[in-house]
Design a protein around this ligand. Structure first.
Ligand SMILES: Cc1cc2nc3c(=O)[nH]c(=O)nc-3n(C[C@H](O)[C@H](O)[C@H](O)COP(=O)(O)O)c2cc1C
Length: 393
């Protein structure tokens, strides 16, 4: 079987997308390295100022949400330019923007202005994305969804705006890391999200909407780490895979080595799903802070009140934050502070998002090149530059 290239905006790419991972887990180093291999490298736009000490210094005194928001845009621009430098002119660089963040519109427009090839939107339904990016038809638009219902809602709305997604990432909440595309915690393991159900159902939906079966590439995400799983995705009509955790622990991953060790050393019994302050279920490693938090969660939720709600870091990073808004149905912690602690390697205080799948190299930290080669392992690497293989699998 030949693994076909992933076709986006007329470009032929290796059928692997490195998923966007905030805060600062996928920034210029990781995205640049992946794009240099001919696959899709993705920078997560959220709170990138944390990676730039010169931007952070004045903010610590100011504690002003508008100043933090401005610094995030400067940091995003820097990260995109640096990733482009690593990847070269031909590298395909995407930016992942979470729909749930306060600066969603500004991040999308900054990413486009800074020269990305694609904008990928997760954590919410990006109904308005075609209008927002209307003046930039060359930039690919890619939503992340979990099942047919969300795909149908997005497609119908986008078709009215005369634009189709350039690909759709279908993320399975049973395996993915970070925020999960199920509304309720008890739904994350529902077999209805399995690729064998969702991919054929979406193809059927395409036919109902008058679209050709292969008009929009479908990219599966969650728990994929081997060439066998890649083959399975293709046999179900998928056009590629998005991986998060295996790239997060790669040599080029932008997080601290302690972050990579926590993810790589975790066993299935160390993983938990819980409600995040963004109001979505999330999956992470049960590290000391999360254990303490979950032990107090019931009490904290019982005390949540809109009367004494506050944003502790004064960044106002999310539109709806259960902690800031005093919403007892969501998590009661500052997600920005906890994720940033994990990124800088603070094992005691960090929140370490991780997918539930096995890692391709077990506990080893290996290069992006090794990972991409492993996923396409029967590919024949032909180019003199050792990139863009002819895939004869
Ligand atoms: C540490 C971490 C952070 C993540 N952050 C984001 C994010 O900011 N935005 C997003 O859309 N998805 C995020 N994800 C999801 C990944 O992009 C990816 O789709 C998912 O993890 C795929 O599953 P896998 O980890 O099993 O490969 C994150 C995942 C991890 C592990």
């Amino acid at each position: 079987m030949d693994l076909p290239y992933l076709k986006i905006k007329g470009r032929s790419l290796l059928p692997v997308i490195q998923g966007g991972m905030g805060i600062g887990v996928s920034a210029h180093s990781l995205a640049g390295a992946v794009a240099a291999e001919g696959a899709v490298g993705t920078i997560a736009s959220v709170e990138l100022r944390r990676l730039h000490e010169d931007l952070m210094r004045p903010l610590r005194r100011l504690r002003d949400p508008a100043a933090s928001a401005k610094a995030n845009l400067i940091a995003l621009d820097r990260e995109i330019r640096e990733a482009r430098r690593i990847a070269g002119k031909e590298g395909f660089i995407a930016v992942n923007v979470m729909h749930a963040i306060s600066g969603y519109r500004e991040h999308v427009l900054q990413a486009i202005k800074s020269g990305v090839n694609a904008v990928v939107v997760g954590a919410g339904l990006p109904m308005d994305l075609p209008t927002l990016a209307a003046e930039f038809p060359k930039v690919a638009l890619i939503p992340i969804l979990s099942e047919g219902r969300g795909v149908q809602l997005v497609l119908r709305r986008w078709m009215r705006q005369k634009r189709l997604p350039d690909a759709i990432v279908i993320e399975n909440p049973q395996f993915a890391g970070g925020h999960l595309g199920a509304t309720r915690l008890e739904d994350v393991s529902n077999p209805k999200y399995g690729f064998a159900n969702v991919l054929p159902a979406i193809r059927k939906l395409f036919a109902e909407l008058g679209l050709k079966a292969d008009q929009i590439p479908l990219v599966a995400a969650g728990g994929i780490s081997s060439v066998q799983e890649m083959r399975e995705i293709f046999s179900l009509g998928g056009s590629g895979a998005q991986l998060g955790t295996p790239f997060a622990v790669s040599t080029e991953g932008d997080a601290h080595i302690n972050f990579k060790r926590v993810l790589a050393d975790a066993t299935p019994k160390d993983l938990v799903t819980f409600m995040s302050s963004a109001g979505l279920p999330a999956r992470a490693v049960l590290t000391p802070w999360l254990r303490r938090y979950l032990g107090r969660e019931e009490n904290l939720r019982a005390c949540a009140s809109q009367d004494h709600s506050l944003c502790p870091s004064q960044t106002e990073c999310l539109v709806h934050c259960g902690f800031k808004d005093g919403n007892s149905s969501s998590g009661q912690f500052c997600i920005e502070a906890q994720l940033a602690a994990a990124q800088r390697g603070d094992v005691q205080h960090g929140l370490f998002f991780r997918g539930a799948g096995q890692l391709p190299f077990g506990q080893q930290i290996r290069s992006v090149r090794d990972l991409v080669a492993t996923l396409l392992c029967e590919a024949v690497w032909t180019s003199t530059e050792n990139r863009m293989p002819v895939m004869a699998v």
